[in-house]
Design a protein around this ligand. Structure first.
Ligand code: PLP
Length: 377
């Protein structure tokens, strides 16, 4: 059978072990495993199953559409709620509730829509508060009014307020502790406002990965880690994945499909942004920017072949790129773009550092045409 030459190999053991490592930072808080964006590119169904196996208390995806698809795919095997916080006015709250999905309420139009629903609809919701991200959620000053509308909705059984949540903006920045302290303070105020309205959410959640790692004061009763479950550090300058006791679960690799020797001065790939220096052994790696390999990696990043580094020469193309091969490397040998780093290969964090982005972007961009292959039970 002809296969797609590149692949992303996902270690299910690493996913499970990373969740256990995240737990070591907790003292009884519930853990919502964030599996948005196809589980950061790892494949949402397999990742969700791995995290459920490892004892996740909740699953979280950004888009309600993703939540509905995940709910259907997991079927009866799922025992935990799915939390979702992005949807537009095509939202069908009853469809979501019937699928075991809990949604965020953080804007007035959402309250308006909920008020159109009949008594007894029982939609489970989490109140979203903007404590300092200027992104989703009610402004703190609007929380009392929103809470009183929700209390009325709860009294007639239209909603069940199961959660209160917000998101930290600077938790990965050791130079900005005051920003997180302020968000924690505003979150506590929102909690008081909500309780004063007679609402008692079951879960209160503020911290994502950097909060889990670096802000024990922000853990409340549930946490929402994503990136550390996939084995990358939210900020490698503060602590690398290895220092955090986690390991990258994704390895991206492709075989060298052709090689050639070129003479000194040969221009390589579009625009000849690189030239061979001396007689040079080049190889073709059949993955390109359409697969999520950043074009910014042109002339910057390296792959690993047989444990030796091979630099990308010239521009990354749509479906392939060229590397300078080790002398004795041959077609058919595997090039590892990034992985756990345990065999000397680059990590996604190394790629990110070299092109000025974050590891999150490297792993989530790996495109849908790259097959995911799962390793480990
Ligand atoms: C993405 C996201 C998370 C997870 O963030 P990480 O930094 O990957 O841990 C948690 N909560 C919300 C609201 C998010 O958007």
């Amino acid at each position: 059978m002809t296969q797609y030459p590149g692949r992303a190999i996902i270690s299910v053991d690493a996913l499970r072990e990373n969740l256990a490592a995240a737990r070591t930072h907790l003292s009884g808080q519930r853990l919502l495993a964030v599996v948005k964006a196809d589980a950061y590119g790892h494949g949402v169904l397999a990742a969700a199953r791995a995290f459920l196996d490892a004892g996740a208390d909740y699953l979280g995806v950004a888009e309600l559409r993703e939540a509905l698809d995940l709910s259907a795919a997991l079927g009866a095997t799922r025992t935990v709620p799915i939390f979702s916080w992005i949807f537009d006015d095509t939202v069908d709250f009853r469809e979501a509730a019937a699928a075991g999905i809990e949604v965020s309420v953080g804007a007035t139009w959402v309250l308006d829509r909920l008020e159109d629903l009949p008594a007894g609809a029982g939609i489970p919701v989490h109140i979203g508060v903007d404590t300092g991200m200027a992104r989703e959620g009610f402004a703190p000053a609007d929380v009392p009014a929103a809470a009183s509308r929700l209390a009325a909705l709860e009294a007639r059984g239209t909603v069940r307020v199961v959660g209160l949540w917000s998101h930290l903006a600077c938790a990965d920045d050791p130079a900005r502790p005051e920003a997180t302290a302020r968000q924690v303070e505003l979150f506590e105020e929102a909690r008081r406002d909500v309780r004063a309205a007679g609402i008692h959410p079951d879960v209160e959640h503020l911290a994502a990965s950097s909060g889990v790692l670096w802000h024990p004061e922000a853990l409340f009763s549930m946490v929402r880690p994503g990136i550390i479950l996939y084995g990358l550090s939210p900020n490698p300058a503060v602590a690398t994945a290895a220092e955090l006791g986690i390991r990258p679960a994704m390895r991206v690799e492709a075989p060298i499909i052709a090689d050639r020797w070129v003479k000194d001065g040969t221009g390589v790939s579009y625009g000849h942004t690189a030239h061979a220096t001396g007689r040079t052994h080049l190889g073709i790696v059949p993955l390109g920017y359409a697969d999520g390999i950043p074009r910014a990696a042109s002339n910057r990043c390296e792959v690993s072949i047989r444990g030796q580094r091979a630099p990308i020469i010239g521009r990354v193309c749509m479906d392939q790129f060229v590397v300078r091969l080790p002398e004795n490397a041959r077609p058919g040998e595997m090039a590892t773009l990034f992985g756990s780093g345990s065999s000397g290969e680059p990590t996604a964090d190394e790629w990110a550092e070299r092109i000025g982005t974050i590891g999150y972007e490297i792993i989530t961009r790996i495109g849908p045409r790259v097959p995911r292959v799962y390793e480990g039970a």
